[in-house]
Design a binder for this molecule. Structure first.
Ligand SMILES: [Zn+2]
Length: 291
């Protein structure tokens, strides 16, 4: 069997798509021991002859794990252990930039990390990890995602700053005003620390976002009890979001085709090269992390 070195991390509703076999046939469910716990939810998927690993980051049943409680380090370690070199992920953030549309797509190129209490590095004791963040998302994977989504939606946003909050609660109006002043376009809860952890283990990482709602205070919305986000999203917007979500498997498949056809020429694979050259670490990445 050829080596599987590409993975997809699915966000909200990935559990449904997996159940409906939208991504193809699950041919294996590897169980991976990591220093942060065992990872049992990764699936090896065969999509029309193309094989890749797939993980629903919120679990296999509806939102079994919310954003602050995802075991990000275990997930990224497990992918590294399986030989994964490139990860494409998706998420459904809210909109801070009023020029963006609900139901549209964006491929973020920058991040602001406003998370508060989740472990965000592997290097808690090792004196490593002063890694440049000029491109927090892999430029090559971003290119593949932009090509792929551009075929489905000519209006996909090519650059956006994603701000990551702790969650699971949504943001207050004052927080959104603050984040807008920071220059954030999108607000979500999951890409930090996923993107940073991947870089620490020299794995390429990029994300595609389908935009689910206008953030609090951006538009007037009556509070409605017992419905999605208590009325932040209208019925019409919900339909657009569902349509965007329906396109996600195809967008991912197209992006993976591009990824598979391209050599890996980006800087991500050398994120820790400085430390290797100094002799501080060896090629054995497991020894980079605290024992
Ligand atoms: Zn890369």
């Amino acid at each position: 069997m050829s080596k599987i070195n590409v993975a997809v991390i699915g966000g909200s509703a990935a559990y449904n798509l997996l159940k409906e076999k939208v991504f193809g046939r699950v041919t294996d469910t590897p169980s991976v021991e990591t220093p942060y716990g065992q990872v049992d939810d990764i699936k090896l998927v065969n999509h029309a002859g193309m094989k890749f690993y797939f993980l629903s980051r919120h679990g296999l049943e509806r939102y079994a794990v919310t954003a602050p409680f995802i075991n990000y380090r275990a997930n990224i370690w497990a992918f590294k252990e399986l030989g994964v070199e490139r990860i494409v992920s998706w998420s459904g953030p809210g909109i801070i930039n009023p020029n963006l549309d609900v139901g549209g797509f964006a491929v973020p190129d920058d991040i602001i990390d406003m998370t508060k209490s989740r472990p965000s590095t592997f290097f808690t004791k090792a004196g490593l990890g002063f890694i440049r963040m000029s491109h927090p998302f892999c430029p090559e994977l971003r290119h593949a995602l932009l090509y792929s989504v551009g075929r489905m939606d000519g209006n996909a946003v090519e650059k956006a700053t994603y701000l990551c909050t702790e969650g699971p609660r949504l943001e207050t109006p004052a927080e959104i005003r603050l984040y807008h002043s920071y220059g954030a376009d999108l607000v979500g809860m999951t890409l930090c620390p996923e993107a940073f952890l991947a870089r620490e283990l020299e794995i390429c990482y990029a994300a595609i976002c389908y935009l689910t709602n206008y953030a609090e205070g951006l538009v007037e919305r009556e509070f409605r009890q017992g419905v999605l986000f208590e009325g932040m999203t209208t019925g019409d917007e919900k339909k657009k979001v569902d349509q965007a979500l329906d396109l996600m498997p195809e967008v991912m498949a197209e992006a993976l085709k591009v990824v598979h056809s391209q050599p890996r020429d980006c800087q991500c694979k050398n994120a820790m090269l400085r430390y290797r050259k100094q002799g501080v670490i060896t090629e054995d990445w497991r020894k980079w992390i605290d024992p």
